[in-house]
Design a protein around this ligand. Structure first.
Ligand code: NAP
Length: 337
């Protein structure tokens, strides 16, 4: 089979290689991957910046894939050849709260991912794709959509009475906007560009703020809510935004700490945090149950993943550079044939 392999740390060390076809063992399924999607974490992994336990040589990158079952191993009963499936982000985390044992395994970082033609999964680590969803669409869900769902629905339990602030137009932020809008909430989106804000409005954001033109956007968001503040900030930018996020959030509101595209070290004004009774809630993607809920919500609310572009596997290095640039709107996907 063909696989994209990071021979050693660095984007320039990605090579399309021929590797032996894997075979499914007991309780496993062999999947012919048709599509994969890129997350910001893949940019980090290719720079060797995904923690000390990351696989730093001969890594097959990317965590999120979709494809067709081609063979089932002994004792595997949940799937048959021909079934269309999408993989989960943490293969061992099926449901319930996070546990260190579940977080010790993830694809495209700590172990090989899905930028390849064939991959073996435990039958518990894949879910069926509904007929209405393409392989490319399904491949956008395991990391970005599950993380957004964990934040907006599972932890913050957002409903029609709430206001949510999302940051930028990347994978997690757009899914968060779509899930909050589908729940009936009001969404305020911030972004770097007027055209992107226009598109975020067309997806359901009621208000948009350009954070480059309005560095005090936290105050603006507060004004937009009648000086009350938003109920939830889906924090994906990190160092540059946290101060304004705190400013934007209402007394007793929540900030879900997800990402750090603008940096990972932020100063916190502790008296402001405590006096405003804020809840800072860290998110680590989510479980298979969350992915199941995402698949159901997409079908019920007719939510279509927003896809920036689809490129062939051989163009993975350019696609990663595109994500690194921050120019994308939604998910950058890979077609595997
Ligand atoms: N904790 C978890 O479980 C988890 C899961 C998934 C992702 N993450 C993290 O979440 C972050 C986002 O991931 P992603 O895959 O959605 O990223 P992505 O698709 O690469 O999106 C990044 C977007 O962030 C926006 N942005 C950049 N600088 C910003 C700033 N200063 N203020 C506001 N927005 C800014 C840009 O949109 P505009 O041009 O529109 O501003 C950019 O397109 C990453 O740090 C990733 O590692 C964490």
């Amino acid at each position: 089979m063909k696989a994209m392999v990071m021979e050693s740390v660095g984007l320039d060390n990605l090579r399309l290689k021929e590797l032996p076809d894997p075979k499914p063992g007991p309780g496993e399924v062999l999947v012919r991957l048709k599509a994969a999607s890129i997350n910001y974490r893949d940019v980090l992994a290719l720079q060797g910046g995904y923690g000390s336990r990351q696989k730093s040589s001969n890594l097959i990158p990317l965590s999120d894939g979709a494809g067709e079952v081609v063979e089932v191993g002994p004792g595997a009963r949940r799937f048959k050849p021909g079934d269309r499936v999408v993989n989960t982000f943490f293969p061992n985390w099926l449901a319930g709260p996070p546990d260190p044992r579940f977080l010790m395994r993830d694809l495209g970082g700590l172990e090989d991912g899905v930028a390849c033609e064939l991959r073996v999964f435990s039958e518990d680590a894949v879910l069926p794709i509904p007929p209405s969803m393409s392989f490319v669409q399904a491949s956008t869900l395991p990391c970005a959509a599950v993380t957004a769902w964990s934040a907006v629905r599972s932890h913050a339990q957002i409903g029609p009475e709430h206001t949510v602030l999302t940051q930028g137009s990347g994978g997690v932020a757009i899914f968060a906007l779509q899930f909050a809008h589908a729940a009936g909430a009001r969404v305020i989106a911030i972004s770097s560009a007027a055209e992107k804000l226009e598109r975020l409005r067309s997806l359901g954001a009621q208000d948009g703020i350009n954070y480059r033109e309005d560095p005090e956007w936290g105050k603006t968001a507060q004004k937009l809510t009648g000086n009350v503040g938003v109920d939830l900030v889906v924090e994906t930018a990190g160092a540059e935004t946290l101060k304004q996020s705190i400013r934007a959030t209402r007394l007793g509101g929540m900030i879900t700490l997800i990402g750090m595209v603008s940096g990972s070290k932020a100063e916190l004004n502790l008296p402001i945090l405590s006096m405003s009774s804020l809840r800072l809630h860290g998110i680590a993607v989510g479980s298979r149950q969350h992915l199941q809920e995402v698949l159901a919500a997409c079908a019920t609310h007719r939510i279509e993943p927003v896809i920036d572009r689809v490129v062939p596997l051989a163009q993975l290095p350019e696609a990663i550079r595109h994500v690194q640039s921050g120019a994308q709107f939604g998910k950058v996907c890979i077609e595997i044939d």
